[in-house]
Design a protein around this ligand. Sequence first.
Ligand code: 5GP
Ligand code: MN
Length: 639
Amino acid sequence: MYPLLGRCISRRSPCACVAVASPPDRRAVKDDSALAAAPAPGPTPAPAGRNGQLAKQGSLTIVRRSSGRARGRPPPGDEALDEVDMATDSLPPVDTPDACDKAALRLRCLLRQLEKGQVAAEVLQQNLMYATRVLEAVFIDETKDAGGCSAEADSPSASPHSRRAAAAGASAAASSSAAAPVQRRRLRTPVWARRLADDDDELSEVQPDAVPHEVREWLASTFTRQLATTRRSTDEKPKFRTVAHAIRAGIFVDRIYRRVNSSALMSFPPEVVKVLKTLDDWSFDIFGLSEAAQQQPVKFLGYDLINRYGIIHKFKVPPATLEAFLSRVEEGYCRYRNPYHNNLHAADVSHAVHYMLCQTGLMNWLTDLEIFATLVAALIHDFEHTGTTNNFHVMSGTDTALLYNDRAVLENHHVSAAFRLMRDDDCNILQSLTRDEFREFRALVIDTVLATDMSFHFQQLKTMRGLLSLAEPTVDKSKALSLVLHCCDIAHPAKRWELHQRWTALLLEEFFRQGDRERDLGLPFSPLCDRNNTLVAESQIGFIEFIVEPSLAVCSDMMETVLGPIMAGCKTDSAAGSIAEEGGPPVEHQTRRYTIKKPWSACLAENKRIWKEQAAKDAEARAQQQQQAEEATATTAEE
Ligand code: 5GP
Ligand code: MN
């Protein structure tokens, strides 16, 4: 792990130029064939990594998405294979963990049917097609030829299940220049490409005669481009070896393309990579990141997150476009030089969202597109914030208030301006989305960012509480993600004291500056904006008790509710959470509830305690001051 980073960023190291994310589990990758062809092995080994969590390998981090459902379930025996329904019309989407299990099972069934010589060509073709599409959605890295620099998996027993569910993103990787080492990323090669490129792959072993004509055609048209355009005469059948060679040639070209393409990926200074290693901590040092990133936390954190979840690859986001987009977002945040609502706050909220997605297991409930939208929503949620509140916009009658009719003025601006930015060709990170994907992405970003308007707070909580109190709650993704973003937006009082204290000082300075302007404009002070008459400690206690604590409580409840069914059967002490047995009825009737870890609880209690101490001291100081003032008045009166 750490030695790898040391090696990779060392200028003298021969492998200093490139390090890439390691495969989710190297051993499991070697065992891949066992998944499809071996007779039923024993139960899936328990994962050494954390289910649904980040697996740290080498210096790098890969986000894994998985569901606990199939964990520990042994593959079916031969007899059971005969009973599997091979219809392909109601299979799960190919990029879901469930799809991997289904595909593996189908492949086993096909092998058994082939052995018995009773497979229908159509069934074979349809199921192979599905399995291929599933494989294409799963990725491993391309580290073998990285000059000995490849990151070895540190958890050789990580479960094939979690590996199968691996998301596509490679995290930061290293390269160096002669003067200063920098980190460089590379995307990984899809599993199918790696396996087919291997000279000892199963294609080489398959006897040409054993492959039906339709399958050859299908292989050729699926894995090679040449045959899709050049039609063969009907009697000219593609020779299987030829197809295999064509596939390998295609992979070779793909690798070269990736290599050329990866050179355009953004470079990461080693200090940034170092700070990003602790990104999974709830109380991550965002100020430290900003310093390491030379005040560009949005650019580096945003890029890392989008890459980490495999979004660059999945949605074909050109790296240079992503970099340009993030730089422009960062600039927008710095436009008004706000003490609080700036790029650092955007990065802080994005980090908290990452924690919620990754460390609670929430990402397992979401599609890639929903993850993409959630990350972008967090990054842009206060874009071009003016450093003044909605109330100020309305009361002083700004153009923005006029434009949005006094409703969610800032929030409307943040999301509208961000989409306008994404319309620029050089910032259009959505260029490869289909029309439907774009509509879904846009709706989700609009909903979640508009819901950060604090005036929706109580209604939002009430609605979610009501929903969760139902016997069988169905939680809408948009509502759930809106609550997550809202909570992350107000989460600094739930982080460790040093961070919360800094954020409080910055926010109050921004409020006070608004107060100064209100005074100059002859407007009444907005709450907390009068720098001479604001009780900071008291107001913070109130903010924590009445806003932050209840929000996080409902949000946790919501996440546990939606994750329960996904994580069922996954008894774990993982970072994501655990299945706890609730007290009450006899054991056989007990309900098992999935509980997430809540590192914020301890921080909230501690911060409240400190503020209460501070409030007591402040009250004492005020009483003393008042007493002195009264004594001074009395003295003056006596004189
Ligand atoms: P944002 O403006 O960041 O989108 O929404 C969060 C809002 O929550 C802030 O504008 C501010 O009104 C409120 N907020 C965030 N942190 C604090 C805090 O520490 N104290 C108080 N009183 N309000 C806060
Ligand atoms: Mn915000």
